[in-house]
Design a protein around this ligand. Structure first.
Ligand code: PEP
Ligand code: MG
Length: 577
């Protein structure tokens, strides 16, 4: 019998495939005393599990190496180094002999011991390595339990992953294994994983509570990543219908692909800038798959998350230079680090002070200004990368002009340092700010006077204006880009840019949502930075719109306070030529 369940659709598209339910693995590592006659066989069993774990990691590395940035491969190398370290091997075997015990318990004891060693280290970075120890122990335990093959290799191919939650690293790994879709129990549409799934073009649903109880392994699922529903064990008729929808989707994609490389010009001749958002240089390949265009938002946090620490200048520089070169003359907008809230490194999760409200805490530019010595390498590297192509620097989460002045001062210091050392950079590199806090939107005039561009971050602007945690699915129903207060702040920002004669873009998710494109055009937005897989759809709307007509309609929409009425008027814009 077919069952309908629903969560929050966060990455559109239809996926059809068998469920792959990821259990939260709990291993039984209770102590079993073995007779002397079985000790050698137990040691042999442990060695085989170790070899199997080693082979799995080598296989994964080999499979993803061709298409994966080095900073992701580092994860796997660290685990391989640990697996090959005598501390694991010899320590566990010594335990088996000393306590005449089973390999699981001997390994668990050794793992606990190593975790304690890392825990007591002075260096906060080395302390975070204990998570790697835990992952490696888990991998060997799963080999000992004979369940390891469930998590590796090609087994994800064509499957729909059902998990409690996925880290960005899981999401990337699974993409390489060609998964069909994702369903998670937790998370909201603006969690980093949801954004990543959209970027990778994989249908995904989050916030589907109890998904792992409702869905069983290998059941056939239809996932609609737009509306957020799942059909579990669809009947023949539904399956036929959704296969046809999937075919239509791909036919539509082919049609849109004709727009690739063409300018985004409205029917009344206004050229609109249309760029893509990326998380890492390798994402530029995804943008190029759709269109040959620039980057309006490069979220650099991934670099921090993958390394699990603040990168040094060389790592920053090599990464940005790679991105500039891949763009081949098209602009690259690098946003300085925005760690905190839903994007965090293990170091602070484990050892930092617990913030009660991390979204309002020491996030993004606040954190950079608190640790200018850690921020400086990023500023220097962005400037240095600007010698290789058009680079723009963008500052996140500004709330007042004093913060902006401090950042501008640091940029000036970085420029002087490079000049003194005779290192090339673009002296006119544009510097802009994200307008993503109501305070900044209300003071956009003042920011615009000091900057070369503004970019509206609707994900946070909506969160802070409406007091809704963007990753809390319980209040997701309140997250409304069409709230009149949000629209007014967006409009004020666009107007401030026009007054100061500087470009204003939008790089938050609202810009990628086709139901808002015409409203934003009518509000005067001339620069969109969107998820790669929506580039051509948005272009299609732009080239079929007449700004003049939209402007008149939008003006009257901005006078309305009833959200339902706003929604219905925005929907009607679709019919306007
Ligand atoms: C935003 O807030 O809209 C934005 C683009 O930044 P992020 O989603 O990375 O916070
Ligand atoms: Mg933001």
């Amino acid at each position: 019998m077919s069952i309908f369940i629903s969560g929050i659709g966060v990455s559109k598209g239809i996926a059809i495939g068998n469920a792959f339910v990821l259990a939260r693995e709990q291993f039984d590592a209770t102590q079993i005393t073995l007779p002397d006659s079985e000790i050698n066989a137990e040691i042999q069993r442990f060695k085989e599990a170790l070899a199997q774990a080693n082979k799995q990691l080598h296989d994964i590395k080999q499979k993803i190496a061709k298409n994966t940035a080095n900073d992701i491969l580092v994860f796997i190398d660290t685990h391989l180094l640990m697996l090959e370290d005598p501390a694991f091997d010899e320590g566990t075997i010594a335990n088996i002999k000393e306590y005449s015990c089973n390999a699981e318990w001997a390994l668990q004891m050794q793992g606990d011991r190593l975790v304690q060693v890392f825990d007591e280290m002075e260096d906060p970075y080395l302390r975070t390595r204990k998570d790697d120890v835990l992952h490696v122990v888990k991998r060997i335990q799963s080999c000992l339990a004979g369940t390891a093959q469930d998590h590796d290799g090609h087994l994800y191919k064509g499957k729909i992953i059902v998990a409690d939650d996925l880290t960005p690293a899981d999401t990337i790994m699974m993409k390489h294994q060609k998964v069909a879709g994702f369903i998670t129990e937790y998370g909201g549409p603006l969690s980093h994983t949801a954004i990543l799934a959209r970027n990778l073009g994989i249908p995904a649903i989050v916030g589907l509570h109890h998904a792992r109880q409702l869905i069983h392994r290998d059941e056939v699922l239809v996932v609609d990543g737009l509306s957020g529903f799942v059909i579990n064990s669809p009947d023949k008729k539904s399956l036929k219908y959704y296969r046809a929808v999937k075919r239509d989707e791909s036919a539509k994609r082919d049609l849109l692909s004709d727009l690739s490389g063409k300018p985004a010009i409205t029917l009344d001749n206004k050229q609109i800038t249309l760029h893509g958002n990326i998380d890492r240089p390798s994402d530029i390949r995804i943008i190029k798959k759709y269109d040959d265009t620039g980057v309006g938002l490069y979220r650099t946090e991934m670099l921090f998350i993958q390394l699990n620490q603040w990168p040094d200048q060389k790592t920053h520089f090599n990464t940005y230079k790679r991105a500039v070169k891949a763009l081949n003359g098209k602009p690259l907008t690098i946003r300085t680090m925005d760690l905190g809230a839903d994007k965090e490194i293990q170091e602070t999760i484990d050892h930092g002070p617990m913030a009660h409200n991390p979204a309002m805490g020491l996030r993004a530019i606040r954190r950079c200004l608190k640790e200018p010595q850690d921020f400086m390498p990023q500023l220097l590297a962005i400037l240095r990368a600007s010698a290789f192509g058009p680079v723009r620097l963008m500052i996140p989460m500004l709330t007042n002009i004093e913060e902006l002045d401090q950042v501008l001062k640091l940029i000036e210091e970085a420029k002087q340092l490079l000049t003194k050392k005779n290192i090339a950079f673009d002296k006119k590199m544009p510097v802009g700010a994200m307008i993503e806090v109501p305070a900044a939107a209300l003071a956009a005039d003042a920011f615009a006077k000091k900057l070369d561009f503004l970019s509206i971050g609707t994900n946070d602007l909506i969160q802070y204006t409406l007091a809704i945690d963007r990753i809390d699915d319980e209040v997701n129903y309140l997250f409304n880009p069409l709230n009149p207060a949000v629209l007014k702040l967006i409009h004020m920002t666009i107007e401030a840019g026009k007054k100061a004669n500087i470009p204003v873009s939008m790089c938050g998710e609202m810009a990628s949502d086709t139901q808002y494109t015409r409203l934003l055009l009518g509000m005067g937005l001339e620069y969109f930075s969107v998820q790669a897989n929506t580039l051509l759809e948005i272009k299609h709307i732009i080239i079929n719109s007449t700004l003049k007509n939209l402007q008149a309609e939008t003006k009257s929409i901005l006078q309305i306070y009833d959200s339902h009425e706003i929604k219905s008027r925005v929907q009607q814009l679709v019919n306007l030529l």
